[in-house]
Design a protein around this ligand. Structure first.
Ligand SMILES: C[S@@+](CC[C@H](N)C(=O)[O-])C[C@H]1O[C@@H](n2cnc3c(N)ncnc32)[C@H](O)[C@@H]1O
Length: 726
């Protein structure tokens, strides 16, 4: 038991601080004056009063770099394990960061991701967990500057420190909680990386260069920071699914992970191998390792087969909702995925393709070019299992599923969803491949790739060092698939992002020289008079449509690549926004789809129109009308004969009603309406009744375009005075 009392140690602290603050030769920031006395208060006072062994607590002080936002002044270990952080503010600033302004406020927005953080300005002490205040803010009595020795502390100060030291990570019990915890730390890591890049940190800048060379040539610093943080976070999560401990250091976890998951293990290794980098990013890396080490993967998702379905969405909500919008990451509800998979299966079985086993046919290859968390590939896999079980019996499923793995391909740009897709697919294979006596057969390797789908598959690979071979191999394989492997079905929910000029990679820019960029194939000729509308083609979903038609049907292949055109057959099925169904800028796209395809089915999912009520939307965050389109091309399709285009609208009403209608929909039922066969016409039913007799609006005006688009409303007013006033 310490011979000191709370009164005596706080009095000594007050004395020391007041002496420092009143010294005429004061140097450094005011908060720096607190550091020595605070260390003494904790290490020589509080630790003893709490009856801990002398060396139980260690304060690892940062050299005072007050402008760094992502690193608190002290990392604190308790019995050798990282337990939390202390941030010291200038005396008088208080310890309620919610009231801070300027730099301190901005710093708080980052540090509040930490699970155990103590703030103090010498007079006040507060404890924060994940941004939430724990208990009350404890204030000393007196004034540090003037009262010196007479300063007193309430007993709660000891309780606060005891809580702080004895924190242990909470084991996340549900996938949602795990998503939130991981997202918070991932965000802090991203901010730490960004900050270090801004400061010109040599090792990290070099790493960002390698990363660009290796994977994403167009990634700017912010995208690198995001890729880094997601790859590390999800790498560690995958490590935990394999029960790899994180307590021996992240670099060791990476080595272990590489043995079973070479791509993610290599990425984790690449990103965390350098000790200098680990050092500058230690606030978040060490916290993340400590927190995620507690994860018991087998417990988290128990009893819920779709536990991982919304994991990445929940992750993005906390991590960065803007990123979610920027990358167009709205994940498709399983009801919609199942309906799309079933309808394409029906097309494959039907008269156009005559594959009675649908997706289970051994010559049908499927790709999801924006695979996200893998929902479409999972849907296809389950469909194949059902077909095989129905056709040959349950015993035939494991072998058929194993063989099918080679026919399912997924591309994804972000590490986070990619890792989740892997987890979900592996779990599904495990479940479907159980053979006699509950034993799983050896799992096949998955054909999932980290790649920019729209990127140029024709660029030569640079030689990469041995250590990075798994990444190089994966990239080469993805490019080989893009260039050479015939794909029968492209299915998915590609990202939506308007004004995406410059983000369409090879699809938008082409290979240069005499080659025509794939997107140019869809640019309407000037004489069609719709140039004012072609800006709408600059949308990620349109680029993905163009990619799919090139990949599956071979549309415009010779013009884009110089390799001979081939007659291909297949199906493209996407859910996207519906602008291309009748927008004037999309006339050439529709003309080309009519020439290329044999049949096109349009399912209007938003009969309510633009900005419908949220409850009616398939994607709650998407205001634009949405549609599912299935486009099929048979071998030998004559480009002079327009595709047969048919249309059906889901009922107006709540999304659940739409799901129900989708589940009952078949290509064969009544209710589909014929659309016009005019090459450039909208993919909508022909106008009937008096509408059909009216002149189109565009024929009444000499000019048809968007007019002035100021992008703000204050420049528009009904009278001159208001404008002058503004
Ligand atoms: C709308 S989400 C759909 C994901 C999934 N198909 C689903 O519906 O659940 C689009 C996905 O495409 C990915 N993505 C965006 N641009 C990409 C690109 N150029 N190449 C590959 N994937 C991309 C995003 O990261 C995101 O995961």
């Amino acid at each position: 038991m310490s011979s000191k009392s709370l009164e005596s140690i706080v009095s000594a602290f007050g004395h020391a601080v007041s002496k420092k603050l009143s010294s005429p030769v004061i140097s450094g920031a005011p908060e720096d004056q607190l550091r020595g006395p605070l260390e003494a208060l904790i290490l020589e006072g509080i630790v003893g009063l709490l009856d801990y062994p002398k060396d139980a607590v260690a304060l690892i002080g940062e050299t005072a770099l007050s402008e760094i936002m992502t690193r608190p002044d002290y990392a604190v270990t308790f019995k050798k394990a990282l337990t939390g952080f202390i941030e010291v503010k200038a005396p008088g600033k208080g310890a309620d960061p919610r009231r801070f302004q300027g730099h301190d406020k901005e710093q708080w927005t980052r540090l509040k991701s930490l699970p155990n953080l103590l703030y103090t300005d010498g007079m006040s002490f507060s404890l924060w967990r994940d941004g939430e205040l724990q208990g009350a803010i404890v204030r000393l009595e007196g004034d540090l500057e003037t009262d010196g020795k007479a300063v007193k502390a309430p007993g709660e100060l000891l309780t606060l420190f005891s809580d702080f030291f004895t924190w242990t990570p909470q084991t996340p019990k549900t996938p949602r909680r795990l998503a939130e915890v991981s997202a918070r730390l991932c965000r802090l890591l991203r901010d730490e990386v960004s900050e270090q890049l801004e400061r010109g940190n040599v090792a990290l800048t070099g790493l960002a260069e390698d990363w660009r060379k290796l994977l994403f040539p167009q990634a700017d610093d912010a995208q690198f920071a995001d890729g880094y943080a997601q790859a590390v976070t999800f790498g560690l999560l995958i490590a935990r699914t394999r029960d790899i401990p994180l307590s021996n250091g992240i670099e060791h976890a990476a080595i272990d992970l590489k043995k079973s998951n070479s791509l993610i293990g290599t990425a984790l290794g690449l990103l965390t191998d350098n000790a200098d980098n680990r050092m500058v990013l230690k606030t978040s890396l060490d916290t993340m390792a400590r927190v995620l080490n507690e994860v018991n993967w087998h417990e988290v998702g128990k009893n819920d087969p779709d536990a991982w379905l919304y994991f990445y969405e929940h992750f993005l909500e906390v991590y960065d909702n803007t990123l979610r919008k920027r990358t167009g990451s709205y994940y498709t509800p399983p009801e919609v995925v199942n309906a799309m998979v079933r309808l394409v299966d029906e097309v494959l079985r039907g008269p156009l393709f005559e594959r009675p086993l649908g997706f289970a046919s051994t010559d049908v290859t499927v790709a999801d070019p924006a695979v996200g968390t893998g929902t479409f590939l999972l849907g296809v896999l389950r469909r194949i299992a059902d077909t095989v079980a129905g056709d040959l019996g349950a015993g035939a499923v494991p072998a058929a599923i194993s063989a099918a793995a080679n026919r399912l391909i997924g591309f994804e740009l972000q590490f986070g969803p990619f890792a989740v897709a892997q987890l979900r697919l592996i779990a599904e294979f495990q479940e479907l491949m159980v053979v006699g006596a509950g034993k799983s057969a050896t799992l096949p390797s998955l054909r999932l790739f980290i790649t920019d789908t729209l990127g140029n598959p024709y660029v030569e690979d640079e030689h990469l060092p041995q250590m990075l071979q798994p990444i190089a191999t994966s990239r080469r394989e993805a490019n080989a698939i893009k260039k050479g492997q015939p794909i029968t079905v492209v299915i998915g929910n590609p990202p939506y992002k308007e004004k995406a000029e410059g983000r369409g990679g090879w699809i938008e820019a082409g290979s240069g020289g005499k080659m025509v960029a794939p997107m140019d194939w869809w640019r309407p000729p000037v004489e069609w008079g719709v140039s004012a509308h072609t800006k709408h083609l600059k949308n990620l979903y349109v680029y993905f449509w163009r990619w799919a038609t090139w990949k599956v049907f071979g549309t415009g292949n010779y013009a884009a690549t110089g390799t001979p055109d081939r007659d291909e057959e297949g199906v493209v099925c996407y859910i996207t926004v519906a602008g291309f169904l009748n927008g004037p800028g999309f006339q050439k796209m529709r003309d080309d789809l009519r020439r290329t395809c044999s049949n096109i089915w349009i399912i209007d999912c938003s009969p309510e129109g633009h900005q419908p009520e949220v409850a009616t939307r398939i994607f709650q965050g998407v205001q634009q009308p949405v549609c599912i389109v299935i486009a099929a091309k048979t071998l030998g399709k004559d480009r002079a004969v327009p595709a047969k285009v048919r249309y059906v609208a889901l009922p107006k009403g709540r999304r659940e009603e739409k799901f129900q209608a989708l589940s009952a929909l078949s290509l064969d039922v009544a209710g589909w309406e014929e659309c016009s066969d005019g090459w450039r016409d909208g993919f909508l039913p022909e106008a009937t009744g008096s509408w059909a007799d009216m002149p189109p609006l565009t024929s009444l005006f000499v000019y048809d375009g968007s007019g002035v688009m100021p992008g703000r409303t204050w420049v528009i007013a009904p009278d001159r005075e208001s404008l002058a006033r503004r």
